[in-house]
Design a protein around this ligand. Structure first.
Ligand SMILES: [Zn+2]
Ligand SMILES: [Zn+2]
Length: 147
């Protein structure tokens, strides 16, 4: 069940047996064209620029559909649900200073030990720190404080 984000959306709809709607297409484009790990509210905000009447509930429902179809990833971060246009296995670097969430790759099979303990239903591989950009800005000298 891996479907790479960025494919022709009509194709995706056909494969998933979905009706091709402007709402689905708009959200698909937002998620796939965006590697910033938006929260649901941010996706909603972007979607409203094109579809002013779209409701937050609809955005939730469509994102949930996409997640179940393997189009995007998602994870809980603080009190937010974050959606990720990169559905492949990867880790996250959380910057304590600017809040940026960056992707990093890890070697295939990294989670095979975990898999021997049971069925993995959600992957969470990550670390917190100060990102390169913040380090370079010179504002941060040592560890930042958790927000
Ligand atoms: Zn940063
Ligand atoms: Zn990611």
């Amino acid at each position: 069940m891996s479907m790479v984000c960025g494919k022709n959306f009509r194709h995706v709809c056909k494969k998933c047996n979905w009706r091709h709607t402007a709402q689905r297409e708009t959200i698909y484009k937002i998620i796939c064209g965006n590697r910033n790990h938006p929260a649901v509210e941010e996706v909603w905000k972007a979607a409203r620029e094109q579809l002013p009447a779209i409701s937050l509930d609809t955005v939730y429902r469509i994102l949930d559909e996409f997640y179940r179809a393997g189009i995007c990833g998602r994870f809980q971060y603080g009190d937010k649900m974050i959606y990720d246009g990169n559905a492949a296995s990867h880790g996250h670097f959380f910057c304590l200073n600017c809040g940026r969430i960056s992707d990093f790759e890890f070697p295939a099979g990294l989670l095979s030990n975990a898999g021997s303990l049971g069925k993995i239903t959600e992957e969470k591989v990550g670390c917190t720190g100060i990102c390169r950009e913040c380090m370079a800005s010179g504002i941060i000298s040592a560890q930042g404080d958790e927000k």
